[in-house]
Write a protein that binds this ligand. Sequence first.
Ligand SMILES: Nc1ncnc2c1ncn2[C@@H]1O[C@H](COP(=O)(O)OP(=O)(O)OP(=O)(O)O)[C@@H](O)[C@H]1O
Ligand SMILES: [Mg+2]
Length: 330
Amino acid sequence: MIAATDLTKVYAGGRRALIGVSLRVHEGEIVGVVGPNGAGKSTALKILSTVFAPSSGTATVCGHDLSDAGSIRPCIGVALQDVGLDPLMTGHEHFTVQASLYGVPRDAAACREARLVERFGLSDHVDQVVGAYSGGTQRRLSLALALLHEPKALIFDEPTVGLDPRARRQFMATLRELRDQGHPVLLSTQYLEEANQLCQYLYVIDEGAVVAEGSPADLRAAVGGLAFRVTVGDTVDDVASRVAGTWQSGQPRIDGEQLVFHVSDQIRDPDAILAMLRRVDAEIREYRLVTPDLDDVFIHFTGERSESEPGQRPMDMTVRIQRGGGQRWK
Ligand SMILES: Nc1ncnc2c1ncn2[C@@H]1O[C@H](COP(=O)(O)OP(=O)(O)OP(=O)(O)O)[C@@H](O)[C@H]1O
Ligand SMILES: [Mg+2]
């Protein structure tokens, strides 16, 4: 079990990366942390991996207090966002170093290495130096290394970045197996569809704070209303800027060749949206009224802006839909 309460982190130079993050990961549960670039996801995961201490707040990982890093480290398997491999060492040498760091007996290490090499599709690479690996292969090695000492809890920061679809599917299956064996798994991801499929519980972090939490289904329901998706083809950027000049009832977001309008009241009913799109000469190819997906959740709770242009969150309250239901507004 991983439990953190009110973690804050102020980096040297004064950057406040976390301003009070609490989270829980139970055994047999995959919990996701999502949020915009710079939200504080890696900072939270590094603190829980004992890479550095929080400025304040407490946490226990596998029953040990965060201050007891020596007891936590053998219990956790960690793959950080920056894979941190030595380009001059082979994959096999990395396994050997990892085994000796964690005191894995030689026979067990050889046996587990063979299994992990097979599972992560590394057999053609394990005797090459890591500097010659592709980005995705380096990522696969770093994930395999995190599992070598058979840790109790898993902490992965954007583990599927750079993986091809097959490797991603395989890794997701591995995570589900670990969960089914009772391991707590904490991961961050930018792939919201992946979070939707994998995670029992999600924390949406923005500007160092949890702005929403709950199961993916509960978070989608909390957004409420429906998403009206209009396919306008590759003119989508042009159409969006024409809409921006005329439409006062909430700007749509762009998703591929679609404009996505959040429909939640009479003013923004689909017919009015279609009429407005015709007025701005948009070519409407297809439209659908669907329930919100996690992209809609993300935009709803964190707003539509980049790290370089911080702004007001769309809501100044935290939505908590806790395990077992019951929505609480803070
Ligand atoms: N070592 C550091 N020193 C100073 N500031 C830092 C340091 N590491 C991160 N930050 C800052 O803290 C904030 C949170 O960074 P963090 O890496 O935790 O975000 P993130 O949510 O993981 O983002 P991303 O999605 O880009 O990985 C950012 O503003 C970042 O610039
Ligand atoms: Mg990060």
